[in-house]
Design a binder for this molecule. Structure first.
Ligand code: SF4
Length: 323
């Protein structure tokens, strides 16, 4: 087993919300609630869930773009919340992010050269000539050309813009890349190209990825392990083969049943969930209002994440019984 690069331990992010007719009462939206996982060097951990499940908030807390309400995040055994602003800026050299919408995340008034040079300037890497060489080198690494450096983001297609976003994340030679829905805004035909590029870069540059997506289909071929989140909680985490062969949590089963199968001779019944992610209660399992197997115990107690097979953990009171 590889070394642990990142250890996320019981992190929470609660956003205050005013409630009541006079908006005088304070309650909290539990965007992320007690989430723990590890990321091993060189692997891809996919994190999957519907919009509002807390996956992007988790990514942003690791980047410290958001401060956790509670819990700890250790990167190479160093607690990120203990770092000063200057130390955190240095740590960001090693942890970079690729965003969903490359157009929104690239400054439209800057040339590609300026966009790619910026992280090098921020981190004091190289002189002008070295920076120029590195910009050209990384444009080629992501499948573009050196002459693209003088162009502006609007002069590229969506797929090319995401290649620029990936090149920008790579400029500081990071160890961990958090890719937040990096292919969701792209055409299906382009998605495969960008995923293949990310996979090749991972092998060539020995990268570790956290790959955030809203469906299990997208992360299938890139992830070594997959975590499934529902309403702020990690409900299942497992090696990819184990999760795709036999998802144990009812929510993971429903998500997987919606993934199209390329073999037309194989029929899989789609599990249709009722309700939506706003269907929640204060106590018990967060999935109880949508779960076809919910019982009284599910209404009373929050299920803990328990390892039921090697590396395969699930948070469900009835695992084993509804199989
Ligand atoms: Fe369904 Fe109960 Fe399991 Fe929650 S704990 S997923 S409600 S069976």
């Amino acid at each position: 087993m590889s070394n642990v690069l990142l250890k996320v331990n019981k992190i929470k992010k609660y956003f205050p919300k005013k409630t009541g007719s006079l908006k005088k009462n304070m309650s909290y939206v539990k965007a992320v609630d007690d989430v723990s996982f590890e990321v091993f060097e060189g692997e891809t951990l996919g994190i999957v869930g519907e919009s509002g499940c807390g996956k992007s908030t988790t990514g942003r807390m690791i980047m410290r773009l958001l401060e956790p309400t509670d819990g700890s995040i250790l990167f190479e055994d160093v607690e990120l919340s203990s770092l000063s602003k200057t130390e955190m800026r240095k740590a960001r050299r090693d942890i970079q992010m690729v965003f969903q919408d490359p157009y929104a995340s690239l400054n439209p008034r800057h040339t590609v050269k300026k966009i790619l040079e910026e992280p090098l300037i921020v981190h004091g890497i190289g002189d002008k000539k070295e920076r120029q060489t590195r910009v050209e080198e990384y444009l080629e690494i992501v499948g573009l050309s050196a002459y693209h450096a003088q162009r502006y983001p609007h002069q590229f297609s969506g797929g090319q813009r995401q290649r620029i976003g990936i090149a920008r994340a790579l400029m500081t030679n990071p160890k961990l890349i958090i890719a937040d829905e990096p292919v969701s805004a792209l055409d299906v035909s382009i998605q495969a190209q960008v995923l293949n590029l990310m996979k090749r870069l991972q092998e060539d540059l020995k990268l570790t990825y956290i790959f955030i997506a809203h469906d299990l289909g997208v992360v299938r071929h890139i992830s070594d392990r997959v975590g499934v989140m529902y309403l702020g909680r990690l409900v299942e985490i497992a090696p990819s083969e184990s999760l795709y062969a036999e998802p144990l949590h009812p929510y993971s089963q429903a998500l997987l049943s919606a993934v199209p199968i390329p073999d037309p001779t194989y029929q899989r019944e789609q599990i249709m969930l009722t309700g939506d992610t706003s269907s929640s209660t204060e106590t018990g399992c967060t999935f109880q209002l949508r779960c076809p197997y919910a019982t009284t115990v599910c209404k009373m107690n929050v299920p803990e994440l328990v390892e039921v097979r090697p590396g395969h953990s699930v948070a469900c009171h009835l695992v084993g019984e509804q199989q």
